[in-house]
Design a binder for this molecule. Structure first.
Ligand code: FE2
Length: 177
């Protein structure tokens, strides 16, 4: 499996955004979370998210962002192997994890790629490669962005191409590592 077809690291420091998103998650009332495939989800204020991370503002002009959410998994939660229904790429950042992992899997060839989230780093995540999550200990919080455009219009590769084109056009912009 080619890791580049699974995920790409964005060229920005998500520290301020991560701090905000985690603080919001921890103070959120229980009723604000809605269930989603065994995990819980709540929406962040998109304007606030964009103001805390200027790169996402730029990306929002290239591909319209639908919403920014946080997903929470509790100890021993498992998210089965799947591909996302409507999304092509997402932008993800792990906010908090004690002992969990996320992996892409090629079931036909028995291969895997570890989605090795680094702190305060944002990644373009290809939701069309089968992926899964195991959470063994502690609460796991993940920041995630979904785009307006359906995966048929905005696939992962097409999205990466759009960002590369923007980098070329401006000459000074670095979006993807
Ligand atoms: Fe997914």
């Amino acid at each position: 499996m080619d890791p580049n077809e699974c995920y790409k690291e964005l060229y920005c420091d998500g520290g301020t955004l991560a701090e905000y998103a985690l603080a919001q998650s921890l103070k959120q009332d229980l009723w604000m979370w809605y269930p989603h495939f065994g995990s819980s989800v709540f929406s962040l204020d998109l304007d606030q998210v964009l103001s805390l991370c200027p790169m996402l503002e730029t990306i929002n002009n290239i591909a319209k962002i639908k919403h920014a959410i946080v997903t929470n998994m509790t100890p021993n939660d498992y998210y089965k192997l799947h591909i996302d229904e409507t999304a092509g790429p997402r932008i993800n950042m792990l906010l908090k994890s004690q002992n969990s992992f996320s992996a892409f899997i090629d079931v036909n060839n028995n291969k895997t790629v570890h989605m090795n989230y680094q702190p305060n780093k944002l990644y373009i995540f290809n939701t069309q490669v089968p992926h899964t999550i195991f959470n063994f200990e502690g609460d796991r919080y993940l920041f995630s962005i979904e785009f307006e455009e359906h995966k048929s219009v905005l696939p992962y590769r097409g999205f990466v191409k759009r960002l590369r084109r923007e980098e070329k056009l401006t000459g000074s912009l670095s979006l993807i590592h």
